[in-house]
Design a binder for this molecule. Structure first.
Ligand SMILES: Nc1ncnc2c1ncn2[C@@H]1O[C@H](COP(=O)(O)OP(=O)(O)OP(=O)(O)O)[C@@H](O)[C@H]1O
Ligand SMILES: [Mg+2]
Ligand SMILES: [Zn+2]
Length: 463
C-alpha cells in the first residue's frame, strides 16, 4: 500500500495537500494537522442490485432501552435506541467515565451482558471507581484494550447487549495507516464500531474528549458519523454538570439534564431551581430572579448586576453566562427610556451557578438587577421578573409563561412581574408590566440617599 501525507483541519475535516495557516472552509486558524492515508485506496467498482422495500412494509423498531436515570432519559428522548451509536463528549475530567459507568450499571439491570472497554484506564482503576460509586454487577464486564481488531473479536465472542468505548481517541486500527489519535484513525475506528452496531443491533456508546474551544479533539466529522452526540458541560471546579444533546437522530435536542458531582458519582438534580437559588442573599443590591425554560423544564435563576462609576473614558460592559451584545442593547434601552445616563457606569452581569442563558425572557430581570445595583436598593425578596424587552422599552410575551409562573409559585415567589397575560396560577395573579418604566413605578424604585452621595449627579439626568 502506497502512503501519502495530507493535512486535515481539526475543526471541520477539510483536507489539503499542504499545511495551511487558516482553513479555507471554516476559517479556523492553525487547525491543520498532518495525517497519512493510502494513496490509491482500492475501490469496488462493480455493485450488485439490492432489493428495495416499500416504506409501509418496513417493520419499525423503535426499541429504546430506558436508562432509568431520569435526567439522562430526558436528554436521550426516553432511552438508548438499539443499534445506535452514541457519542458522549466533554472536556477532560468533567465526568464522562463516571456518568457512563453509572449508565452501564443501569443497563445491566435490564440487559444480560454489558461490556465497558477502556483504553485509558486499567481494569483496577475502573474497579476502584465502581467501588466508590457503589456499583456491583455480575453482568458488567470490563476490558482494558485499545486495539479495535481485538475488541471486535471479543465482541463477536461475548455478544454483549451494550458496549462502551472509553475513549475513541486512544483506539487504533490497522485499517488506517496513520498514527493512533490522528483524525483518520479516529474516523476509521468509529466507522468500524458503527458498522458493528448497525449490523448486530447493539447500541454502542463512545466517549470522546473535546478541547478547550469546544471542538471534538478529532474531527467534527465524528459528529456526522454518529446518531446522537451528548455533551457534558460545566465548570470543573463547581459541582453542577449540564448534559446536552448536540445532535439526536431519534429525539429532540433542546432538553437538558442536570447532575451534581458528588463523591459517589454524578447525582441527578431533582429540584434545579432550589439549587440555583442556594446561597442567595435576600437583601443584596443588584440581584433579580427570573424563570427560564430549557426544553420542557422551567428553571429559576438569579441574575446579578454590578454597576460602578467609570473612572475615565470608555465605560466597561462585561457578562458571564449572558450575551454581552444583548447587555449593550438593554443598556441602550435603559438610557433612552428610563432616562438614566449609563455612559458613566461600568456594568457587569453574572448568571449565578455557571449556567449560560440564551433565553430572552431574562431581559427584564437583567434590567431590574442593573437598576437595583445603580440605586443601591434591594428588590423585594418575593418578586420575580420575566419578559423580553423590546427596543422601545415595551415588554413582549414569552413562550411557556404558565410553566414559569407555576415553578416560581412552587418555590414561593408571590409577586411575579410579566408581560400582560391571561395566565393564572391558583392563588396568584401576575403583575402585568407593559413597559419597563412601569416596573420601576410598581416597585417604587428610586435612587436611595446613599446612592446619591456616591454616584455622580449625571446618573438621573435626561439623555
Ligand atoms: N474520590 C473522589 N471523590 C470525589 N470526586 C471524585 C473522586 N474521584 C474523582 N472525582 C470526580 O470525578 C471527576 C473525574 O471524573 P471522570 O474520570 O469520570 O471524568 P472523565 O471526563 O472521564 O475524565 P477523563 O477525560 O480524564 O477521562 C473529577 O474531576 C472529580 O470531580
Ligand atoms: Mg474518563
Ligand atoms: Zn476547517
Amino acid at each position: 500500500m502506497k502512503l501519502k501525507t495530507i493535512y486535515i483541519c481539526e475543526s471541520c475535516g477539510h483536507t489539503a495537500p499542504k499545511w495551511l495557516g487558516k482553513c479555507p472552509d471554516c476559517d479556523a486558524w492553525n487547525s491543520f494537522h498532518e495525517d497519512v492515508v493510502a494513496k490509491d485506496p482500492k475501490r469496488e467498482h462493480k455493485g450488485v442490485a439490492q432489493s428495495v422495500q416499500p416504506l409501509h412494509q418496513v417493520k419499525e423498531s423503535d426499541n429504546r432501552i430506558p436508562t432509568n436515570i431520569g435526567e439522562l432519559d430526558r436528554v436521550l428522548g426516553g432511552g438508548i435506541i438499539e443499534g445506535s451509536l452514541v457519542l458522549m463528549s466533554g472536556e477532560p475530567g468533567i465526568g464522562k467515565s463516571t456518568l457512563t459507568l453509572k449508565l452501564c450499571e443501569q443497563i445491566a439491570n435490564v440487559k444480560q451482558n454489558v461490556l465497558y472497554v477502556s483504553g485509558e484506564e486499567s481494569v483496577q482503576q475502573i474497579s476502584l471507581r465502581a467501588k466508590r460509586m457503589g456499583i456491583q454487577k455480575e453482568n458488567l464486564g470490563i476490558l482494558g484494550e485499545n486495539s479495535v481488531e481485538n475488541i471486535m473479536e471479543t465482541l463477536e465472542a461475548e455478544k454483549p447487549d451494550f458496549v462502551v468505548i472509553d475513549s475513541i481517541q486512544v483506539m487504533n486500527t490497522g485499517a488506517s495507516p496513520s498514527l493512533a489519535g490522528s483524525m483518520s484513525q479516529i474516523r476509521a475506528c468509529t466507522e468500524i464500531f458503527m458498522t458493528f452496531a448497525k449490523q448486530n443491533n447493539v447500541p454502542i456508546l463512545i466517549i470522546g474528549h473535546v478541547n478547550k474551544e469546544g471542538n471534538l479533539a478529532g474531527p467534527k466529522v465524528l459528529e456526522h458519523l454518529v446518531d446522537t452526540v451528548l455533551l457534558i458541560e460545566g465548570d470543573r471546579y463547581q459541582n453542577l454538570r449540564v448534559l446536552r444533546t448536540v445532535k439526536n437522530r431519534y429525539g429532540s435536542t433542546n432538553e437538558i439534564g442536570l447532575f451534581e458531582m458528588t463523591d459517589t458519582g454524578l447525582a441527578e438534580v431533582r429540584s434545579a431551581s432550589k439549587l440555583f437559588l442556594e446561597g442567595r442573599k435576600a437583601d443584596a443590591f443588584g440581584s433579580a430572579i427570573t424563570a427560564v425554560v430549557e426544553g420542557t423544564r422551567p428553571l429559576l435563576l438569579e441574575v446579578q448586576a454590578l454597576t460602578s462609576s467609570t473612572p475615565f473614558g470608555y465605560p466597561k460592559r462585561a457578562a458571564s453566562g449572558y450575551d454581552v451584545n444583548r447587555l449593550q442593547l438593554l443598556l441602550a434601552v435603559i438610557q433612552k427610556h428610563l432616562r438614566i445616563d449609563m455612559s458613566s457606569h461600568d456594568v457587569y452581569v453574572n448568571v449565578v451557578g455557571g449556567f449560560k442563558v440564551n433565553d430572552r425572557s431574562t431581559d427584564l430581570a437583567v434590567i431590574m438587577a442593573i437598576i437595583s445595583s445603580l440605586y443601591k436598593t434591594a428588590l423585594p425578596q418575593e418578586s420575580l421578573f420575566i419578559g423580553e424587552v423590546g427596543l422601545s422599552g415595551e415588554l413582549r410575551s414569552v413562550p411557556h409563561l404558565k410553566k414559569r409562573i407555576q415553578e416560581a409559585s412552587k418555590i414561593g415567589f408571590s409577586k411575579i412581574y410579566t408581560p400582560p397575560t391571561k395566565e393564572k396560577v391558583t392563588g396568584l395573579t401576575p403583575v402585568a408590566i407593559e413597559e419597563i418604566g412601569q416596573a420601576l413605578k410598581e416597585l417604587s424604585l428610586k435612587k436611595s440617599k446613599t446612592a446619591k452621595k456616591s454616584q455622580t449627579t449625571s446618573a438621573h439626568s435626561p439623555s
